[in-house]
Design a protein around this ligand. Sequence first.
Ligand SMILES: [Fe+2]
Length: 286
Amino acid sequence: MRREQEPAGTVKLFPRSDASASFDGEQERAMTVEFYEFRCFEDNFGLLAHDRASGATVALDAPEAGPIFAALAEKGWTLTDIWLTHHHYDHIDAVGELKARFPQARVVGARKDIHRLPPLDRAVGEGDILPLGASSAVALETPGHTLGHLAYYFEDDDAVVVGDTLFSLGCGRVMEGTMPMMHQTLMRLAGLPGETLVFCGHEYTAANARFAATVDPENPLLAERIREVTDLRARGEFTLPTTIARERETNPFLRAANPQVQKALGLEFADPVEVFTILRERKNRF
Ligand SMILES: [Fe+2]
């Protein structure tokens, strides 16, 4: 479902600054929503999405109030919505402070986790449409890291916010769900259009790259990505957002069915769920 008319505004695929990065102003793709990514805590990302037509602005997760207030002030945006991916404290901690300053902001989270999320104005589940002014996203249930985990897919803007499910070159720990559940969630995200921008909850890419190199050593695209990640981090820049296409090519957790990955693990012709399970367990000990 595409809009008839795409307002001016574009996204840049890779950010420049470690302090923040706005996906706007480059002649690469038209977007109705502007995404603004910035650092919170040690390695969490704060993320704002701003509907250009209406001015509506959502905080995707609420890790830390100070950087979110600073980002809103810098952009001149007013917070209208807060959408939560999951109940871990480093994704919800700032909800109270955000609501105190922006009492009209509507808090959205998973119906399945309503008992352990901050008070919600709207509880949602699979397929629910979330309006953001004239734009919208759809909630995708993405269990595995936690049972109630949600991703928010901005289909018209080719972007998905995945919390702690998919990371660049890695994936979240399977803390509540099962390995088959997490594998299914990741395969579903991998099935989104390749150009989809992926906004993850953490800057874990360099550590993930070190592990990925041990289980997919013959992959030239992974080697290229590792060089890029090393350069970006050396310059203090973000490695995110990534794209679905890039992760399909380089992320070992999306490549459990790949013969090269299976060979490196000594698991040729194994069931991809079994390969994924071994990858995740190895990474836990890495
Ligand atoms: Fe988490």
